[in-house]
Design a protein around this ligand. Sequence first.
Ligand code: ATP
Ligand code: MG
Length: 451
Amino acid sequence: MKIQYQLWLIFSCLFIVVCLAVYIVVSTTYEQRLQLGYEQVSITQGSTILDQFKDTYPYSPNRSIGYLQTYSKQLNSRLIMLDHDKKVYADSFQQLKPNTTLNLTILAQDTVPVSLFSETDPFGYLQYTLLPFQTVESEGYLLMIQEVDQLYAELKSFQKWIVQTLLIAVFVFFFISYFISTWFSKPIRQIIFHLKEVTPQKRFFSLKHPRRDEITDLINAIQNMVGELNLYDERQRRFLSTSSHELKTPLATMQLILENLPYVRENEATYQEFVQDLSFQVQKMKQMVDQLLQINRISDKYLEKETLIAGDLQHHLLQSFQHLAQDRQITLEFEFDPVQLYVNRAMFLRGLDNLVSNAIRYSPQDASVKIIIKSEEEQYKISVCDQGMGISPEDLPHIFEPFYRSNDATAWNQEGSGLGLTIVKQMVEMHNGRIEIDTEQNQGTCIHLLF
Ligand SMILES: Nc1ncnc2c1ncn2[C@@H]1O[C@H](COP(=O)(O)OP(=O)(O)OP(=O)(O)O)[C@@H](O)[C@H]1O
Ligand SMILES: [Mg+2]
């Protein structure tokens, strides 16, 4: 069901419940007020009658009956005198014999004077009023029974009026709540409409919402998401075109070498040189394809994490870089807190390898490369520090972009594809970490990974 109709239904149901409550409260209050008025009138009438009994009760039942009959006709009600036990003493209708015990609810009431109202068959609505009577010698009660159809006719007409008024109110509210819910849910319909317009070709979402509420937040979130998607798409496209371009370069070189190979067959030295170049280009391409596959695999991957202890890490790094470091006369130094890292092993090692490989390759001979793992409060900090060429401020914003290599790196005579730090960045993002860099040109670089 549409939100618009859901809101409409909720508003309407709530309003109907409120109307029912109003009806019940108003109608009972009105009924009680009417009854109170009738009760007061009856009590006043009853008190006037009782004044006449001071002389006759309990000595003269006949005179008492006479009085009762006169007043009964006047007031159009049945009057019954009761003795101190609430047994019949005299009845204006002369139907009840003296000393009859009556079984009426009102006779059980503790506080008098009091009136009770009830609907009886076949007399309709009746009002029973009980008044106490006391003289020096004796005491008794006067019971008045009156027809009060008028009271209930008045109540019914009031109830009818209030029902009609409330029905009109409900009807009007139905209309109003329809417009309110339509107005309220309008932005949602607009969002859906605009979202349907977003296609892979036209990724654009813009919507103006005048109020500052969750809808504005939702619109902003969608706009951000569409923006992110565009960025992601743009990055993918750039990555694809750069990758194919980068792969084409060694391929073109290989093609050139192959085309010229038959002509240098006679010259053994040149021939060997060509074959070596060819092998180098194949190697370069293989490495690049490996890295590309790695990047692709990382972004698809669901992270399966495991515990990696500092000792393991040192063992791995020594195994991988000992020879390269010795070759370049670089000292590897380790400063590890005894921590346990909870990471995806393969991905983490691949990232760290790239950092250490950079540190060794972009450092001069006899320098040292320090790998530090520190456990600080709630986080781990892994730093790879070298005393190498450093990164220039112009290069710094770009080094994590795929295939980006600084001119210094080329001048340093280091082969590479510019994908290493892209892999590092992806790894860190997948582990919800962040990267910080301290670098100074020709002094050294420290890359810190914080998890
Ligand atoms: N420790 C470092 N010292 C100085 N410059 C660095 C260092 N690490 C990275 N760089 C700079 O950042 C660039 C990008 O590094 P990245 O690791 O992504 O690519 P690469 O090392 O050139 O190639 P490869 O894909 O083989 O790693 C490098 O070309 C280099 O200019
Ligand atoms: Mg690298």
